[in-house]
Write a protein that binds this ligand. Structure first.
Ligand code: IPE
Ligand code: IPE
Ligand code: MG
Length: 241
């Protein structure tokens, strides 16, 4: 995108804070994850309405496999349920789904759910939703570099970029993390190089349209310089006008 576009073309989100949302209500953590799915549905609609083209969400990290087995299996159940329940409506709304991450360790049911959802929504073009599941930025970079080497091409930035899971949609313009932590936790490490970062104290289930508007206003107020000086960016804008 151009450095001064006000609407981010690609937003990526670390959906954090489900467990704390549930604990505050004396509910099991899985209740927070269930509410997190509702929050994601709301965000998808809101982002599409605002003209965002690509949304990439962090649903389960490489490291989240180390959580207690009950939580991991609860999340897998919830994922399988969401795949069967939510895909038809998402598809009607013009959402194209992509699932990115390591497939090892996923059940056949979930893998088939991913493939079917991708196939059913392949022709949609209102919003591209990338769901990062069993994803880690380091995993992504290692995979990409291995693929470049295997193909016999030189390990250049362009070749690595085009072997990453985001090769079909480019880097995020804005990365939002909810839940109050100020870290990336292994999300899109390479692709975050020039993303604007927005941290929200809202827990993920509480992240609503107003919170998205705040993040987008914050983004619109930034000057993206990509290593240039402010004067260079300004004169670039002038030459475009
Ligand atoms: C994010 O919420 C969802 C996943 C990591 C699967 P958390 O489960 O990390 O919620 P907190 O951070 O413990 O509140
Ligand atoms: C990041 O959240 C991963 C997802 C939101 C899927 P975590 O809750 O796993 O991150 P840390 O452990 O607080 O860094
Ligand atoms: Mg967390």
């Amino acid at each position: 995108m151009s450095p001064h576009s006000e609407i981010p073309r690609h937003i990526a989100v670390v959906m954090d804070g489900n467990g704390r949302w549930a604990s505050k209500r004396f509910l099991p953590r899985i209740a927070g994850h269930r509410q997190g799915v509702e929050s994601l549905k709301r965000l998808v609609k809101a982002a599409a309405d605002r003209g965002v083209a690509v949304l990439t969400v962090f649903a389960f990290s490489s490291e989240n496999w180390n959580r207690p087995v009950e939580e991991v299996s609860g999340l897998m159940e919830l994922l399988a349920l969401a795949l069967s329940k939510e895909v038809p409506q998402l598809s009607k709304d013009g959402v194209r789904l992509r699932f990115v991450g390591a497939r090892e360790g996923l059940s056949e049911r979930v893998k088939k759910g991913f493939d079917d959802a991708e196939a059913v929504t392949a022709g949609n073009d209102r919003l591209l939703l990338n769901v990062c599941f069993s994803y880690g930025g380091r995993w992504d970079i290692c995979n990409a570099v291995s693929r470049v080497i295997a193909s016999g091409l030189p390990v250049t930035e362009a070749n690595v970029s085009s072997a990453l899971v985001t090769s079909h949609c480019g880097d995020p313009d804005l990365i939002i993390r909810t839940g109050g932590e100020r870290r990336l936790s292994n999300f899109l490490l390479w692709q975050a190089a020039y993303a604007e970062l927005h941290f929200s104290d809202r827990l993920w289930p509480d992240f609503d349209e107003e919170a998205l508007d705040n993040a987008m206003e914050d983004f619109a107020s930034r000057e993206r310089r990509f290593g240039l000086t402010s004067a260079q960016v300004e004169s670039g804008k002038a030459s475009v006008l």
